[in-house]
Design a protein around this ligand. Structure first.
Ligand code: HEC
Ligand code: HEC
Ligand code: HEC
Ligand code: HEC
Length: 139
C-alpha cells in the first residue's frame, strides 16, 4: 500500500479531477476516473463488472462516489463514499437495469453480483461498516 504523503496527496488530486475536455467520450472519461482508483485497486482493471461498465461510461465514482478522502488518506482508514451491504445491491443495479431478460427466481439470498462479475475482495486489510463508514477492522 502507498504511504508517502506526497503520493496520497497526488491521489486525492487525481480523484478530485473530473474535468471533461471537449470531444472526450464517456468511455475515455470513465477510464480516466478509474485510473486514480486502479493505482490501489489494480485487480479491478480487468474485473468484468467494473470493466464492462467503464466501457459504457459508468466509472467507479458513478457507483462509489468520488471518494476523494478515501483516495488521499495516508493510512487508508477513510472509507469510500458509497458502499453496498447485501440488502442494497439489487436495488442499486435496478436503477439502471429495471428488467432482466430471463426471469430471476425469487431467491431472497441471491444478489446481482453473485452471478455478474468477480467484484468481491477475497482478502481484506480494512473493513468498514458499509452503512456508517466506521472502521471496524484494520491490519
Ligand atoms: C449508472 C447506471 C448503471 C448502474 C448503476 C449499473 N449498470 Fe450495468 N450497465 C449500465 C450500462 C450503461 C451498461 C452498458 C449498456 C448495456 O449493455 O445495457 C451496463 C451493462 C451491464 C451488463 C452487461 C450487459 C451486456 O449485455 O453486456 C451487466 C451484466 C450489468 N450491467 C450488470 C449490472 C449490475 C449487476 C449492476 C449493479 C452492481 C449494474 N449493472 C449497475 C449501466 C448501469
Ligand atoms: C442467477 C444468476 C443471475 C442473477 C442473480 C442475476 N443475473 Fe443478470 N444475467 C444472468 C445470466 C446468465 C445472463 C445472460 C443470459 C440472459 O440474457 O438472461 C444475465 C444477463 C444480464 C444482463 C444483460 C442482458 C439483459 O437482460 O439486459 C444484465 C444487464 C443483467 N443480467 C443484470 C442483472 C441485474 C441488475 C441483476 C440483479 C437485479 C441480475 N442481473 C441478477 C444471471 C443472473
Ligand atoms: C455498476 C456499479 C459499480 C461500479 C461501476 C463499480 N462498483 Fe465496486 N461495487 C459495486 C457493488 C454493488 C458492490 C458490492 C458487491 C457485493 O458485495 O457483492 C461493490 C463492491 C466493491 C468493493 C468491495 C468488495 C467487497 O468485497 O466488499 C470494492 C473494493 C469495489 N467495489 C471497488 C470498485 C472499483 C475500484 C471500481 C472501479 C474500477 C468499482 N468498484 C466499480 C458497484 C460498482
Ligand atoms: C491509496 C490507495 C487507495 C485508493 C487510491 C483507492 N482505494 Fe479504495 N480501498 C483502499 C483500501 C486499502 C481498501 C480496503 C480493502 C482491503 O482490505 O484491502 C479499499 C476499499 C475500497 C472499497 C471497499 C469498501 C467496502 O465495501 O468495504 C471500495 C468500494 C473502494 N475502495 C472504492 C474506491 C474507489 C471508487 C476509488 C477511486 C475513486 C478508490 N477506492 C481508490 C485503498 C485505496
Amino acid at each position: 500500500m502507498l504511504r508517502a504523503a506526497g503520493v496520497t496527496l497526488l491521489l486525492a488530486l487525481l480523484c478530485r479531477g473530473q474535468s471533461v475536455s471537449p470531444g472526450e467520450d464517456k468511455a475515455t472519461r470513465a477510464a480516466s476516473q478509474n485510473s486514480a482508483c486502479l493505482v490501489c485497486h489494480g485487480n479491478y482493471r480487468t474485473e468484468q463488472l467494473a470493466a464492462r461498465h467503464a466501457q459504457a461510461g459508468v466509472g467507479c465514482p458513478a457507483c462509489h462516489g468520488r471518494s476523494v478522502e478515501h483516495c488521499g488518506n495516508e493510512e487508508n482508514i477513510v472509507a469510500p463514499q458509497i458502499m453496498y451491504s447485501k440488502s442494497t445491491i439489487n436495488s442499486s443495479c435496478r436503477k439502471c437495469h429495471p428488467t432482466h431478460k430471463t426471469a430471476l427466481t425469487a431467491d431472497a439470498n441471491r444478489v446481482c453480483t453473485d452471478c455478474h462479475g468477480k467484484h468481491r475482495l477475497s482478502f481484506r486489510t480494512k473493513v468498514w461498516d458499509k452503512v456508517t463508514g466506521a472502521l471496524l477492522k484494520s491490519q
